[in-house]
Design a protein. Structure first.
Length: 224
């Protein structure tokens, strides 16, 4: 289960009224902007078989994040980069669909973080930001896997946070600690741009994906 199981993906499309054609158009657009060589090797160097990783989400608990609450390698979900910057912590990997505050994303890229940029049918207008995110940028997508999109990958996941978890799963991380994953809370300012009408449903799907990975037992999942 690297990509989302097909029924999962189809149900998400149906829930939000989205189309795979739009997701594929976004994937093609991102593919054209990324380096032709496989920059995922840098992500693999950071994550492969790590015993522990901390994925930092964008929930309200992010305001209370402290350095000693981070274990192992640090992965940021999109806008969490801003809070990590305040704490002086450079994430080694950032997972983003480009809707988080741009200053934090650009800072992380400038510090050498691997930027895992996601393509979906509703972020094509943000793709112009990709070239500025540095030589370590790589891409993920959520439509049907296709060799023509190489070196981009479909690692599964839906929101930035649960997609970061699926990335850890893909690379064999032993245990992932999830902080500021506040599935039931109102969105925080760290979330950047979001649609209030759909945010709660997106977080519900994120919870389902996290629960599925945890139940699978292939890797440890600890939610703080």
């Amino acid at each position: 289960m690297d990509s989302l199981p097909e029924p999962f993906y189809r149900n998400i499309l149906a829930d939000f009224g989205w189309t795979e054609e739009d997701d594929r158009a976004a994937a093609d657009q991102l593919h054209a902007l990324l380096p032709a060589h496989d920059t995922f090797r840098h992500v693999g160097t950071e994550l492969k078989h790590r015993p522990v990783a901390t994925i930092v989400g964008c929930g309200p608990a992010l305001d209370d994040l402290e350095v000693d609450g981070l274990r192992g390698i640090v992965i940021a979900a999109d806008g969490a980069t801003g809070r990590l910057r305040e704490l002086g912590i450079v994430p080694r990997v950032v997972v983003t669909d480009l809707d988080g505050p741009q200053a934090g994303l650009q800072w992380a890229a400038d510090q050498g973080a691997s930027m895992v940029i996601h393509a979906h049918g509703h972020n094509m207008d943000a793709m112009h930001l990709v070239p500025a995110l540095g030589p370590l940028a790589c891409g993920t997508y959520q439509c049907r896997p296709d060799d023509a999109l190489h070196p981009m990958r479909n690692v599964g996941g839906f929101t930035d946070g649960d997609r970061a978890l699926m990335l850890c799963r893909h690379y064999g991380v032993g245990e992932a600690h999830l902080v500021a994953f506040d599935f039931d809370a109102a969105p925080s300012p760290w979330s950047g741009q979001f649609d209030p009408a759909t945010k709660a449903r997106k977080l519900d799907w994120a919870r389902r994906i996290v629960d599925r990975v945890a139940a699978e037992g292939r890797m440890g999942v600890v939610i703080h």
